[in-house]
Design a protein around this ligand. Structure first.
Ligand code: KG4
Length: 338
């Protein structure tokens, strides 16, 4: 039951292929969490078709918001603010959630708080670990981004390193498609590699001195060359070992720079966030390394790793408490940075 001091935030997320709405109390307690996923629909095209995604968001957004409010047992009048993802993401998709949020704010007079989707992914950890507080380091890895972030406070963070080309999720998804696993590639690759030999296939790695930045395009090209080279000889890769080796190579690359960041900053608290943080190879690799180095490691439950609106509401709560208010002319920013 909410008390007068409780702050209720309605979160709305529509940056890619999930239409999501959620009500979160005081940034930490999920009162409802509704997701209408389009993943099954886009599977037939081998990836998200932006225009179709926007249209499906239009159909789903109001029913999803209504369900989030009714599941929480409240009405629009009971919330303190509407938090909505305004970037990064697909512009048409973002505009649907944003327009819905603005409409709700216009009719109710409630404040609008625009949320950076990447900051939302980081906030997913607050929903799963009530004791977690900044400062900490966060490895944020999704379909479109890979970055190491120093989270100094709930709303104050600095990117220490980011990918210079492909995101880790993109590197997994693209190779998953080439080996015939289809879309969404990440979870399928993860499953395909279970029990595989992580040392069987070797991929060339990119070495960049004096930076915490990543590069995954060389690794991806090396995997493609391996597949094509074998196919020219009339052979196929052994999928289980290939999937295991490839994901391990990505996890190792992410680990190396993240642990360097931990050494350089002296921070002993580390979170994983974003869709790729669901990856079992990544989790196992980080589990072992964190234990060895005395680092406390956090990663969200699987359902909060991928896109959801509870993380947007949580992040929106901290932005709201920090005084952030947006006007109704807030636009969508497909390439929004941290
Ligand atoms: O965070 P997210 O849901 O959306 C973005 O904000 O990008 O991340 C989606 C990415 C996709 O690349 C998807 O393949 C990947 O997360 N992903 C995974 C796993 N589950 C989702 N990648 C590897 N292993 C998984 N288990």
């Amino acid at each position: 039951m909410s008390t007068a001091k409780d702050i209720l935030i309605l979160g709305i997320e529509s940056s890619c292929d999930e239409t999501a709405a959620s009500v979160v109390k005081n940034g930490r307690v999920i009162l409802s969490n509704c997701i209408a996923s389009q993943a099954d629909f886009h599977e037939q095209y081998g990836g998200v078709v932006p225009e179709l995604a926007s249209r499906m968001h239009i159909d789903a957004v109001y029913p999803t918001v209504s369900k989030a409010l009714s599941d929480a047992g409240i009405t629009l009048n009971d919330i303190d603010a509407v938090a909505v993802t305004y970037g990064p993401g697909l512009v048409g998709a973002l505009l649907v959630g944003l327009s819905c949020a603005k409409g709700l704010c216009e009719v109710s007079g409630k404040p609008l708080v625009g949320v950076n989707h990447l900051k939302g992914h980081i906030a997913a950890n607050y929903l799963c670990f009530e004791e977690l507080e900044p400062p900490f380091l966060c490895l944020c890895v999704s379909g479109g981004n890979s970055m190491i972030v120093r989270v100094d406070d709930y709303t104050d963070m600095k990117v220490l390193g980011r990918t210079r080309d492909d995101a880790a999720g993109e590197a997994i998804d693209k190779i998953a498609r080439v080996v015939g696993l289809g879309y969404p590639g990440g979870p399928k690759m993860d499953k395909a590699g279970q029990g595989g030999d992580v040392t069987r296939y070797v991929f060339s790695k990119t070495h960049m001195a004096d930076t915490l930045d990543f590069s995954f395009s060389g690794l991806k090209t090396s995997a493609l060359n391996l597949i094509n080279g074998l196919r020219q000889k009339g052979e196929e890769i052994e999928l289980k070992d290939f999937a295991a080796s490839y994901q391990q190579a990505i996890a190792d690359a992410l680990l190396k720079n993240t642990m360097t960041a931990a050494e350089q900053t002296g921070i002993k608290k580390l979170c994983l966030a974003g869709g790729v943080s669901a990856n079992s190879f990544l989790r196992n690799t980080f589990d072992k390394a964190a234990k060895k180095r005395g680092i406390k490691l956090y990663y969200p439950e699987l359902k909060y790793c991928t896109d959801n609106a509870a993380m947007i509401a949580s992040c929106g709560y901290y932005e709201f408490k920090d005084g952030k208010r947006d006007t109704l002319d807030l636009n969508a920013y497909p390439s929004l940075q941290m």
